[in-house]
Design a binder for this molecule. Structure first.
Ligand SMILES: *Cc1c(COP(=O)(O)O)cnc(C)c1O
Length: 398
């Protein structure tokens, strides 16, 4: 640790609310899958701002669009029309069966919009006063009061009482418990196809399709949070597309604009009609600059087939990690994931392994103290993934 880093750390402690457990690194610049600290040390980025910069840092084409748009028009308000938001909506809607988009600025805000739309559809269109949202244990849906209530983890809501009512949690993997939890007050069931913050837990086909079948049978909405899984990371544009699923609403955010803040929900017409004049809104949502950037993100993802690339690279990396797990059965409990959203669950304390990886120049997330979570850019060089796997193998062999 250099003196200049210590200064940065002290300044942070002085100035910034202590909500984050930060890594002992300060980053000055980035390019592709490389990050550089203030001493010029190079890192391979397997975190991508938590599944945000899927096209790598300072992508040239995106930078070009942002700088050109910044000189033309940045923001006007949703009281006025502009083409960029429409172009983006058209590209997003072309990816699946949805009919309408609502734009906001983050994952939590997108989930708030999804919960509000689900309730309003039940109360104003179906006129049945249903309000309750059922979620799955160890889910993560955000940090606003509503999405925190949906997340239902006591540790995260400590000191924030009272939490909004209308949420219920059921155990993961248990279709019977879900069916039993649904009642006349239920508006919808909200799930992640791969729980990200929950420690990289992918659903299998039977479970995912079983959940939608229960929603259909009970005439409640099927809501999918694609904030982390969205936009090609799992090997498809949306993770739900790996199975025969047709959610009524999904939320998306993280990767939408490759680092500029953006979130959205997409809904089928039947449900979207519940959002009518003045019922919801956002000052910044779907602004001109961020929409132009997101349009370019989608264009690049489709042009370069980054969904297929994520699937291929992810599968080869999982195979390699699987082989390492077999070599170290006493140290790796499980390798799991979908596309380039991969978790390596250790059966030894993860902190020392994670610290050594960091020292060797790999930036990644350690969740629940034992799960190495990999979220590389979809454009990453396969050599970088191989370097990571080799380093992990080496560290576990020591
Ligand atoms: C990150 C995340 C959120 C919250 O997104 P923010 O942009 O931090 O509000 C919600 N749901 C899932 C699945 C996430 O991974």
């Amino acid at each position: 640790m250099t003196e200049s880093f210590q200064k940065i750390q002290e300044r942070d402690a002085q100035l910034i609310c202590r909500t984050y457990g930060r890594y002992p690194i300060a980053i000055e610049r980035g390019s592709g899958s490389r990050l550089y600290d203030y001493d010029g040390k190079e890192y391979i980025d397997l975190l991508t701002g938590i599944a945000v910069t899927s096209l790598g840092h300072c992508n040239e084409e995106i930078a070009e669009v942002i700088s050109a748009q910044a000189r033309k028009l940045i923001h006007i308000s949703n009281l006025l029309y502009h083409r960029e938001q429409q172009d983006l909506a058209e590209s997003l809607l072309a990816l699946a069966h949805f009919n309408k988009v609502f734009f906001c600025n983050s994952g939590a805000e997108a989930n708030e919009a999804m919960i509000k739309l689900a309730r309003r559809y039940m109360q104003n269109i179906r006129k049945n006063n249903a309000c309750e949202i059922i979620t799955l244990e160890s889910c993560f849906h955000g940090r606003t009061l509503g999405t925190l209530a949906a997340t239902g983890r006591p540790a995260l809501s400590d000191g924030f009482a009272p939490m909004p009512a209308g949420f219920k949690s059921v155990p993961w993997g248990n279709l019977e418990a879900l069916e039993n939890a649904i009642g006349p007050k239920t508006a919808g069931v909200l799930v992640e196809i791969v729980q990200g913050e929950g420690g990289v837990r992918p659903m299998n086909r039977e479970y995912a399709e079983g959940i939608e079948a229960i929603c259909r049978r009970n005439k409640v909405l099927f809501l999918v949070d694609e904030v982390q899984t969205g936009l090609c990371r799992t090997g498809k544009p949306w993770a739900f597309q790996h199975f025969d699923l047709h959610p009524d609403i999904i939320s998306s955010a993280k990767a939408l604009a490759n680092g500029l803040p953006m979130g959205c929900i997409m809904a089928i017409d039947e449900v979207a009609q519940a959002f009518d004049g003045g019922s919801h809104g956002s000052t910044f949502g779907g602004g001109v600059l961020v929409s132009a950037a997101a349009c370019k993100v989608l264009e690049i993802m489709r042009r370069d087939h980054l969904d297929a690339r994520a699937a291929e690279l992810g599968e080869r990396l999982m195979q390699r990690l699987q082989a390492i797990a077999e070599k170290h059965p006493d140290k790796i409990r499980e390798v799991r994931g979908m596309g380039l959203l991969i978790g390596v669950e250790l059966s030894i304390p993860g902190k020392a392994v994670w610290e050594e990886l960091l020292r060797r120049g790999f930036i990644l997330n350690l969740s629940h103290e034992v799960i190495l979570r990999l979220l590389p850019a979809l454009t990453i060089d396969e050599d970088d993934l191989t370097a990571f796997a080799n380093a992990l193998d080496d560290i576990l062999s020591a």
